[in-house]
Design a protein around this ligand. Structure first.
Ligand SMILES: CC(C)(COP(=O)([O-])OP(=O)([O-])OC[C@H]1O[C@@H](n2cnc3c(N)ncnc32)[C@H](O)[C@@H]1OP(=O)([O-])[O-])[C@@H](O)C(=O)NCCC(=O)NCCSC(=O)C[C@@](C)(O)CC(=O)[O-]
Length: 301
C-alpha cells in the first residue's frame, strides 16, 4: 500500500498533555504553549477542556486560555466537551471545534465520564444537535482501543461499534486512542482493518500513548493502513488521569521526524516545535519526553 503524501497532526499537548499535571500551570504559560505551537506550523491545537473541574482540575482555566491565545488564520483551536454544558461553555469561548469522548471499554467509560458507553452516546446527541445549529464541527474520540487498564483486552469489533456510532451521529472524524500505550504494530493494523470496514479510513485518526515505546511503530503501522491524521503531544507531555501508569502521548517532534524521513508533508517546522517543547518542559521542570528533541538539543549544547 502507498503511504499518504500528506499527514495532519492534531496537537493535543495543551489538553491531553497538561491535564494530568499535578502542579498549577498559569494561564500565561498555557497561552504561550498554544501560541508557540501554532507558530511552529501546527494547524490544529486542542487548547483545553470544558469538563468538570472536580474531575480534571488542571483544565479549569480553559475559558481564560481561549480568551488570550492569538488565533492564527488557518489554525483550528479545539476543546473537549463531555456534555451540553461543556459545549455551551465552549461556544462562549468561540471554540471552532469540539471533541466528544467515549470509550471502547465499559469500565473506562465509568471511570472517565461516570456513565456507560450507551449513556455516553445518548449524552452526545444534544451536543451534536447544538453543534449543527451553531456550525461547530465535532470530532469523536474512542479510548482504550488497544486495551483497557480495567477490562484488559478489547475486541476490535467493540472499537468498531463505538466508532461507527460516533461517525453516524455526525462526528466528521473519529480518533482511536491507545490510552494505555500498550498496543503493538500488529494489533494496530488489525484494529484499523476492522474499524475501517465501518468507518472510512480517511475519517479515522490514530491517538497513541507511548507507555511501551511502541507509538512511532504504531503510527507507521497506521500509515500502512491508510491513516493520515495523528494526535500527538509536544515533548510527549501527558498521561491519562484514569489510566494508571500510562505515559504521555507520542511526542509531536518524534512524529514529525518520522514523517520527514518518509518524505511525508506535515507543514511543521521541527526546530520551532522542539523549542516550544523545551520551553514548556522548563516551565514544568520535567524531562523532555521527545527522543528527537533530546538528541537535537544535545547536539546543539
Ligand atoms: C462528564 C462529567 C461531567 C460527569 O460527571 P458527573 O459527576 O457524573 O456529572 P454531574 O452532572 O453530576 O456533575 C458533577 C459536577 O460537575 C459539574 N459539571 C458537569 N458538567 C460540567 C462541565 N461540562 N463543566 C463544568 N462543570 C461541570 C456539575 O455542575 C457538578 O458540580 P457540583 O454540583 O458537584 O458542584 C465528568 O465525569 C467529567 O467532567 N469527566 C471528564 C473526564 C475527563 O476530562 N477526562 C480526560 C479527557 S478524556 C482523555 O483524556 C482520553 C483521550 C480523549 O485523550 C483519548 C485517549 O487517550 O484515550
Amino acid at each position: 500500500m502507498n503511504l499518504p503524501q500528506l499527514v495532519r497532526l492534531v496537537e493535543v499537548g495543551p489538553r491531553d498533555g497538561l491535564q494530568n499535571e499535578k502542579q498549577p500551570i498559569s494561564v500565561a504559560d498555557k497561552v504561550r504553549l498554544v501560541d508557540d505551537l501554532s507558530a511552529a506550523g501546527l494547524s490544529y491545537v486542542e487548547v483545553g477542556s470544558f469538563v468538570s473541574p472536580k474531575w480534571v482540575p488542571q483544565m479549569a482555566g480553559s475559558a481564560e486560555v481561549f480568551a488570550q491565545i492569538q488565533r492564527k488564520p488557518g489554525v483550528t483551536y479545539a476543546a473537549l466537551a463531555p456534555n451540553l454544558r461543556g459545549f455551551e461553555a465552549a461556544l462562549e469561548s468561540q471554540v471552532e471545534e469540539v471533541a466528544v469522548f467515549a470509550a471502547a471499554s465499559e469500565a473506562f467509560s465509568q471511570k472517565n465520564i461516570n456513565c456507560s458507553i450507551a449513556e455516553s452516546l445518548e449524552r452526545f446527541v444534544p451536543i451534536m444537535d447544538a453543534a449543527k445549529q451553531h456550525g461547530v464541527r465535532v470530532r469523536g474520540y474512542v479510548s482504550c482501543v488497544l486495551g483497557c487498564p480495567y477490562d484488559g483486552d478489547i475486541a476490535p469489533e467493540q472499537v468498531a461499534y463505538v466508532a461507527r456510532e460516533l461517525y453516524a451521529m455526525g462526528c466528521y472524524e473519529v480518533s482511536l486512542g491507545d490510552t494505555i500505550g500498550a498496543g503493538s504494530a500488529g494489533a494496530t493494523r488489525r484494529m484499523f482493518e476492522v474499524v475501517g470496514r465501518d468507518v472510512p479510513r480517511e475519517r479515522l485518526a490514530g491517538h497513541f500513548h507511548d507507555t511501551y515505546g511502541q507509538a512511532v511503530a504504531n503510527i507507521y503501522a497506521s500509515l500502512l493502513e491508510g491513516i493520515s491524521v495523528f494526535d500527538s503531544s509536544v515533548a510527549g507531555l501527558g498521561g491519562c488521569p484514569y489510566a494508571k501508569g500510562a505515559t504521555g502521548n507520542v511526542a509531536s517532534e518524534d512524529v514529525v521526524y518520522l514523517l520527514n524521513g518518509l518524505g511525508i508533508t506535515s507543514g511543521i517546522d521541527l526546530d520551532k516545535l522542539i523549542a516550544a517543547g523545551q520551553r514548556i518542559c522548563q516551565v514544568l521542570d520535567r524531562a523532555n519526553g521527545s527522543r528527537v528533541a533530546r538528541a537535537q538539543l544535545a547536539k546543539q549544547a
